[in-house]
Design a protein around this ligand. Structure first.
Ligand SMILES: [Zn+2]
Length: 406
C-alpha cells in the first residue's frame, strides 16, 4: 500500500543531511550527498530493487520486469542553497514508494522500472547543471569534468574523492531504445495548481534557458580623486545593463530574465569598481523568443559598454532548448489523473528539469504536484500529505497502465 506518511517522513529524513545548520543545503559529491545516497539505496533495496551508485554519482535502482526496455522514473537529490525539502526529493521518494507497492504485491510488469536519484541537477557546486542526467543521456562532454568548484576542485577530483571512477562514465550512458520513457514527479514550484485548486497537473513542455556571463572591464581608481567625467566605472555600467535586461524580459509575457549574481572588483568603499562580472538567465517556452532576447541583451550590453568606454566580454555558459513532453505519455498521465477523479490541467514548466537532458535518449513526461504559494528554492517550500498521496497514486496508476505507443 502506498503511504503518503512515509513519503513525507522520507523527505524529512533526507532534509536532515545538510551542510547548513537549521536549513537545507546539499551539494553534489559532498559528505551530505553520500549520506543521502545511503538512505536512498536502503529504501530502494527494501522496495525490491537492485540498487547502486553509478560513476557520475546517481543512485540507480532497478526493479526487473518481464523484458527490456525500462520505464525510467526519478528526480534529483541535490539542492540549492537554503533549499526546500521537496524540490527533487519528492520525485525520488514517490517513485520508490510506487515500486514498493508493486513489490509488496509481488507484481512484475512487462517492462523493468528504474528509479534514479540524480546526483546533480541544480548545478550549485560546479555551476553546470544536470550532470547526472546528461551522463545517462550520453550528452556529457568529458571536458566538463575539468570544471572546478569555488575551492578549485574539479568534478573529476571530486568524483575520485567520493570513491567513484570517472573512467566508468562511458557505462553510465544508456543506449537509445533501452529506456522506453522517462517520467518525473516534481513539485510545481509555481502558483498555478494552487490557484485552480488542483493537487496535480500534467506538464506540456519544459521551458528552454540560456545562461550567460558578462564581464565589464573599466578602470579602478581613487574614489576621492578621479573626477566623475574621467571615470570608467564598471559597476555603474553594469547597473544600466541590469535594467536593460529587465526591460527586454518584460517585453513579452512568456519571457523571463534574471541577473542573479553580480560581483564588483576590487570591491572596496573607496575604490571605483574596475571590473564587474554578472550572470544573465533567460527562459521561455519558445526557443526563438529566448534567442531574440539573448540577441537584444548582447546588443544592449555592448552599446552600454561602448558609450561608457568599458570593455565587454559576453560568454554563453549553457543553453538548452525547449523540451516538449511526448503527447503519448501526456495522454497516459492525463488518464491516470482523471482516474483519480481530478480535472486534467496541462501546464508548462518554467523551471528546468532532468527531462531536458534525458530527452536525448527517450520521450519524457512530468507530473506536477501542487506546492504552497508556489514557493520553491526556499525553506518555506511546503506540500500537504494529501497532495503527496494523490501524486503517488497517480504515478502508480500511470506505471501500472504504461503502454508503449503502437
Ligand atoms: Zn528540482
Amino acid at each position: 500500500m502506498l503511504s503518503a506518511e512515509r513519503i513525507m517522513q522520507r523527505c524529512d529524513a533526507l532534509a536532515r543531511h545538510s551542510e547548513l545548520p537549521g536549513g537545507l543545503t546539499r551539494v553534489f559529491l559532498s559528505r551530505e550527498n553520500r549520506a543521502a545516497n545511503e538512505l536512498v539505496l536502503g529504501w530502494m533495496r527494501e522496495a525490491g530493487m537492485q540498487a547502486s551508485v553509478d560513476a557520475i554519482g546517481n543512485v540507480v535502482g532497478r526493479y526487473e520486469g518481464q523484458q527490456q526496455p525500462c520505464l525510467m522514473l526519478g528526480s534529483h537529490l541535490d539542492t540549492v542553497r537554503d533549499a526546500g525539502r521537496y524540490d527533487g526529493m519528492l520525485g525520488v521518494v514517490s517513485a520508490i514508494e510506487c515500486v514498493a507497492a508493486l513489490h509488496e504485491r509481488r507484481k512484475r510488469l512487462p517492462f523493468a522500472i528504474e528509479v534514479v536519484g540524480f546526483g546533480d541537477e541544480e548545478g550549485v557546486r560546479f555551476a553546470t547543471t544536470m550532470l547526472g542526467s546528461r551522463a545517462i543521456a550520453g550528452a556529457l562532454d568529458p571536458a566538463v569534468l575539468k570544471t572546478t568548484d569555488a575551492a578549485g576542485v574539479s568534478i573529476e577530483e571530486a568524483l575520485r574523492a567520493f570513491g567513484l571512477d570517472p573512467a566508468g562514465m562511458r557505462d553510465v550512458a544508456r543506449k537509445k531504445g533501452s529506456v522506453a520513457a522517462y517520467a518525473e514527479l516534481h513539485i510545481e514550484q509555481g502558483p498555478v495548481l494552487e490557484a485552480e485548486g488542483l493537487p496535480v497537473g500534467v506538464v506540456t513542455a519544459i521551458n528552454g534557458f540560456s545562461r550567460l556571463r558578462v564581464t565589464l572591464q573599466g578602470e579602478a581608481g581613487h574614489a576621492g580623486t578621479v573626477p566623475m567625467n574621467l571615470r570608467r566605472d564598471a559597476l555603474a555600467a553594469a547597473a544600466e545593463c541590469v535594467l536593460a535586461i529587465e526591460r527586454i524580459a518584460r517585453a513579452d509575457v512568456d519571457l523571463v530574465g534574471t541577473v542573479g549574481r553580480i560581483e564588483a572588483r576590487p570591491g572596496a568603499i573607496n575604490v571605483i569598481p574596475g571590473e564587474v562580472q554578472f550572470t544573465i538567465d533567460f527562459r521561455a517556452p519558445r526557443d526563438e523568443l529566448r534567442m531574440q532576447a539573448v540577441g537584444s541583451a548582447r546588443a544592449e550590453v555592448e552599446a552600454i559598454a561602448e558609450k561608457r568606454h568599458v570593455g565587454c566580454r559576453i560568454e554563453m555558459l549553457q543553453e538548452l532548448g525547449v523540451a516538449a513532453c511526448a503527447p503519448w505519455l501526456m495522454s497516459q498521465l492525463a488518464r491516470a489523473v482523471a482516474a483519480e477523479g481530478f480535472p486534467v490541467r496541462k501546464l508548462p514548466s518554467g523551471a528546468g528539469h532532468d527531462g531536458m537532458a534525458l530527452k536525448n535518449i527517450a520521450d519524457i513526461a512530468m507530473l506536477f504536484v501542487r506546492c504552497k504559494g508556489g514557493i520553491s528554492h526556499n525553506p518555506a517550500e511546503s506540500i500537504t500529505e494529501a497532495d503527496a498521496a494523490v501524486g503517488a497514486r497517480t504515478l502508480l496508476r500511470f506505471i501500472e497502465n504504461f503502454e508503449l505507443p503502437a
